[in-house]
Design a protein around this ligand. Structure first.
Ligand SMILES: C[S@@+](CC[C@H](N)C(=O)[O-])C[C@H]1O[C@@H](n2cnc3c(N)ncnc32)[C@H](O)[C@@H]1O
Length: 348
């Protein structure tokens, strides 16, 4: 599979326009504070963006960030501006042609930003231990439309967990399916290269995350993908694909269900760009100053991470009140548009 993917991203695709699905995002629905950062990025890099979501979580200043499958570096150069000169960003990719473009424009970006805080490594995301990166050395790991392309997703998740500091997070966008993908789709080189053939059934992704140490994956956002190439759409049949952004925190003592200990948090309204409402995930948007009841896992995601100084915490784990009502269930978590809605390419 590595050869097929290297051929696709190194030789066949020359720009975003060559893609055959709406997996790749335009910047129309991007938060307004992010747009000026993209303006600083070189056109050669922007024109080869093959991501499927936004991988810029809040509160990155000073962070050390790793981007898995960085391609020509659009996200690396956006994140470089967000972490600032006290932070750093490392991009990893296995395709030489992608890295050549990423590195070619490093000086251009250093001059634009006024600092050079990025580096690029050639390597495989299933073999992160071979890259001479210290364990527990990253605050945040991101990835944009890459894990689906990996033949060993379990190894990727294990490697990510090893590299994250405790309290760090894996924040990544990827493609998922509403069912297990048929062999004929999985083995079709174009469908694989287009990030569909290797997509995980969403419930298998949750099951894979837990043994790697990510007990409670949280969904940030999702959208239905449209296959714009008719021939490809025929080969796919009834499978529905989604682009989704998850955040996976590396934290001790996380529980398999949302348990109620009578706890609550109050957002202080102090995170840059976030304004009055902090969104932890699709189910938790917290208004500044308002008492917000949370389960034990959500409490830990705020208390044990870089977000803690922006919250007041109420309660502890001394008394258990049972399951936290209304928290999660077993139905498909994604925003679900009707399949007939082919013209709609709502984007990140
Ligand atoms: C869909 S593109 C996304 C690129 C980039 N994240 C972006 O948003 O433009 C997938 C990228 O992941 C890289 N890639 C795929 N599988 C990989 C692997 N197993 N190890 C390292 N890089 C990989 C490819 O070379 C390609 O550059």
């Amino acid at each position: 599979m590595h050869d097929i993917v290297q051929q696709y991203y190194g030789k066949e695709l020359t720009s975003t326009a060559d893609l055959k699905t709406t997996a790749c995002c335009d910047s129309s629905n991007m938060p307004s504070w992010l747009k000026p950062l993209l303006v600083n990025i070189h056109a050669d890099v922007l024109s080869r963006y093959y991501g499927c979501g936004l991988v810029c979580p809040a509160l990155l200043e000073g962070c050390r960030v790793l981007d898995l499958g960085c391609g020509t570096g659009r996200d690396v150069y956006a994140l470089a501006q967000l972490v600032g000169k006290t932070g750093s960003v490392v991009g990893v990719d296995m395709t030489d042609e992608q890295l050549v473009i990423a590195k070619k424009h490093q000086t251009y970006h250093a001059e634009k930003f006024g600092f050079d805080n990025v580096s690029f490594l050639h390597g495989y995301i299933e073999k992160l231990d071979q890259l001479n990166l210290a364990a527990e050395s990253f605050d945040v790991i991101v990835s944009n439309c890459v894990i689906n392309l990996s033949p060993d997703k379990e190894a990727v998740l294990r490697g990510v967990h090893r590299l994250l500091k405790t309290g760090g997070e894996f924040y990544f966008s990827d493609v998922y399916a509403d069912r297990r993908v048929a062999k004929s789709v999985r083995e079709d080189p174009v469908l694989y290269g287009e990030c569909l053939g290797g997509a995980l059934y969403w419930n298998d992704f949750i099951a894979l995350s837990r043994p790697a140490g990510f007990i409670d994956p949280r969904l940030m956002e999702s959208r239905t993908l449209t296959i714009t190439d008719e021939k490809l759409a025929e080969r796919i049949g009834n499978i529905q694909f989604f682009s989704a952004t998850y955040r996976l925190f590396k934290l001790e003592n996380m529980e398999h269900a949302c348990e109620d200990y009578g706890q609550a948090v109050v957002y202080r309204g102090s995170i840059n760009h976030v304004g009055d409402v902090f969104t932890l995930d699709q189910h938790h948007s917290m208004e500044a100053g308002r008492i917000f009841p949370v389960c034990g896992n959500t409490w830990r995601m705020l208390h044990g991470t870089r977000f803690s100084q922006h919250f007041d915490f109420i309660g502890d784990f001394s008394k258990h009140y049972g399951i936290f009502e209304g928290c999660g269930n077993n139905t498909m978590p994604f925003n679900h548009e009707m399949i007939e809605n082919k013209g709609d390419s709502a984007c990140c």
